[in-house]
Design a protein around this ligand. Structure first.
Ligand code: KDG
Length: 319
């Protein structure tokens, strides 16, 4: 296995038209989750990836597992919990530029992720474990699971990548900072949006804060701090004090949700391919651009042979 990831994947009901959700006549059914979005991105690029989580014994739980399998993601360790439902997320495109997400995930099957779901041998056999800051807020047992995964990966010498992914609908910044800074400190690669950085630096913002955090990696802490800047691209600060920057790929943005996960998948693909930080950033920005160009959190992610498509002139038809 190249990559192992743990988290919650939700059913998604997305309004296909712009406007208040209550005006929507139809909703399109799919599924998404920050960790499984990354898993799909890596799988489409040819990596062997497993997603571990819990789903309910319901139709949308089956949808989640079947869709992930269809995407080549290993679901052998997924548990079906008959006593709780698969979570749901409703996506509302409130205006052309503002998307709102509504969660129906309290006491969901996914939130019942438990330390007993952690298989030490699976972790030991992986090249990388990918986690996000969403899972620890779902429940005490989900938080303990993530802590255990990080501890086991550390003991087995398997690098952890950690995407802060702060969700303000799920917790307040103070509680988030207390948990997420501890997890980030144990990761080899940390992804954060510019606005999320203070949550893992004790409040410090900006490039100096990212550089200082990466420098701590020489002793203990993340070796690479990757800052996602949305339409302004991304930067990586490494433990040796180097900084690399990459502009975003200009595309027409249709749906921004999932862009960060796509970026992380591209960056990690570059890492697994043994590329230098600049090339990792470039691949991350390419995947981010694919994600925003298409409706859905992961649907637009590319396969390897599609990576060059974004440099094709607009209006091109390939025959
Ligand atoms: O990054 C996109 C994710 O946020 C989305 O796919 C669903 O995992 C999700 C969440 O909890 O918001």
């Amino acid at each position: 296995m190249d990559v192992l990831t743990f988290g919650e994947t939700l059913a998604v009901a997305a309004a296909p038209r712009t406007g208040p959700l209550r005006m929507a006549r139809t909703l399109e059914l799919s599924m998404a989750g920050a960790e499984s979005n990354v898993a799909i991105g890596l799988s489409r690029l040819g990596f062997a990836v497993a997603w571990i989580g819990r789903v309910g014994a319901d139709e949308v739980g089956a949808l989640v597992v079947e869709r992930l399998r269809a995407e080549g993601v290993d679901t052998a360790a997924v548990r079906t919990d008959p006593s709780a439902p698969t979570a749901l997320m409703i996506k509302e495109h409130r205006t052309a530029g503002v998307t709102r997400v509504h969660y129906y995930r309290t006491a969901s099957a996914g939130s019942r992720l438990h330390p007993s779901d952690v298989n030490e041998d699976l972790i030991a056999d992986a090249r990388l474990v990918h986690l996000t800051g969403i899972t620890p807020v779902l429940s005490a047992s989900a938080r303990d699971t993530i802590r255990r995964v990080v501890a086991v990966a550390g003991a087995k010498g398997v690098p952890v990548s950690f995407d802060v992914n702060y969700r303000s609908r799920l917790w307040d910044p103070g509680s988030a900072a207390a948990e997420l800074s501890g997890l980030a400190a144990q990761a080899a690669i940390v992804f954060a949006g510019e606005d999320e950085l203070p949550l893992i630096t004790g409040g410090a913002r900006g490039p100096d804060a990212a550089r200082d955090l990466a420098r701590k990696g020489l002793v203990s802490g993340p070796k690479e701090v990757v800052i996602k800047r949305g339409s302004r691209g991304a930067a990586v600060f490494t433990a040796d004090g180097a900084v690399h920057q990459q502009p975003a790929v200009p595309v027409t943005a249709v749906d921004p949700v999932g862009a960060g996960d796509a970026f992380a998948a591209g960056y990690l693909a570059g890492f697994l391919d043994g590329q230098e930080p600049q090339a990792r950033l470039s691949l991350g920005c390419t995947l981010g651009a694919f994600a925003v160009s298409c409706a859905g959190d992961w649907e637009g992610l590319p396969t390897r042979d599609e990576l060059g498509l974004l440099s094709t002139e607009d209006g091109t038809t390939q025959r």
